[in-house]
Design a protein around this ligand. Structure first.
Ligand code: MLT
Length: 318
């Protein structure tokens, strides 16, 4: 069966080669989705990550889509009800990058608690004053994980090895049992976790209930000087409230791997034009959504996606 798959985001060569053994691929990386003129009607599937929104407008252009491949975990950029209504199959790799993301969050936490970002910037400008770079031992810290899915659970286990007092919270109260197994204390009330945490890591998925999960009221409940890590989705935090909390000293520093809107990953001109209030804030350290950027995570995603696509095509041809 012939199947044309538009690839909108970059993937490892081995993943691409394996895909090409089962489908025909069209390279659309970095292309403006609504300006692609040829082949749009012929596209049977698209492969995306987090930058492209699959909504009504998108499906009205890519009318004949049968499959949307999300090469990763988060589904907040995809209208799932719409896909279901139109009979478009979703293929994703929900847990394939959890280990790499948890490891990255650990790195962000360590960088904040040891002032690593500031230290590097300071030395680059030939300032070697280490007195202002005093950090804290992780084993003295209470770290609150908001959202206790795959990433949150792996993170909790890793933090335990550092002797951290790990707290967690999730809208799904059945996570209490899992939390115990991961060595984390579960808090039904988010406010309790906010009051106790020295560092807060967001690891929830973004949906209509979790948007702006941290707003002015939540920042007001936090310890003064708290550090915030966000490798999940930017819109979990109300940006204006975060800026105010930084201004007032409630938040001491912040490491974010995710911005809203996502920055342009493929176009150098658009990169230079991209603006965001967090980018130049002296206490905010931004990375370009690299939590899942390890060879192992990307290869695992590739294996899971190719297996699922092959199974789907096999069923269709019967
Ligand atoms: C994910 O949701 O899988 C990660 O945020 C990485 C990505 O967007 O691909």
């Amino acid at each position: 069966m012939s199947f044309k798959l538009g690839i909108f985001e970059s993937i490892p060569d081995s993943f691409l080669k394996n895909l090409q053994e089962v489908v025909e691929t069209v390279d659309l990386v970095g292309k403006e989705v609504y300006l692609i003129e040829n082949e749009v009607d012929e596209m049977d599937g698209v492969l995306i990550k987090s930058t492209i929104r699959v909504n009504e407008d998108f499906l009205n252009v890519y009318k004949n889509l049968r499959v949307v491949i999300r090469a990763g975990t988060g589904l907040d950029n995809i209208d799932l009800d719409l896909l279901a209504r139109r009979g478009v199959r979703l293929i994703s790799a929900p847990a394939a990058n959890a280990e790499s993301t948890a490891e990255f969050v650990l790195l962000q936490i360590l960088c904040l608690t040891r002032n690593m970002f500031q230290a590097i910037e300071s030395v680059r400008s030939r300032n070697f004053n280490r007195d202002v770079l005093m950090g804290v031992d992780l084993q003295t810290q209470t770290i609150g994980i908001i959202g206790f899915g795959n990433v949150g659970q792996i993170l909790a286990r890793k933090l335990n090895l550092f002797g951290v007092n790990v707290l967690c919270s999730d809208h799904d109260l059945s996570k209490r049992e899992v939390a115990e197994k991961c060595g984390a204390t579960f808090y039904e009330q988010l406010g309790d976790l906010l009051e106790l945490s020295d560092v807060i890591s967001l690891n929830a998925s973004l949906n209509e209930f979790s948007r702006d999960l941290l707003g002015p009221g939540e920042f007001a409940q936090m310890k003064r000087g708290v550090k915030i890590v966000n490798s999940a989705r930017a819109s979990l935090i109300n940006n204006r409230a975060l800026l105010e909390a930084l201004e007032s000293g409630i938040v001491a520093s912040c490491a974010v791997d995710v911005l809203d809107p996502e920055p342009p990953f493929y176009n150098p001109l658009e990169m230079t034009q991209y603006a965001h209030t967090l980018l130049d804030h002296p206490a905010v350290f931004v990375t370009p959504h690299i939590g899942a950027s390890t060879e192992q995570a990307q290869n695992k995603i590739g294996r899971e996606i190719v297996a699922a696509l092959t199974a789907y095509l096999g069923k269709q041809s019967k």
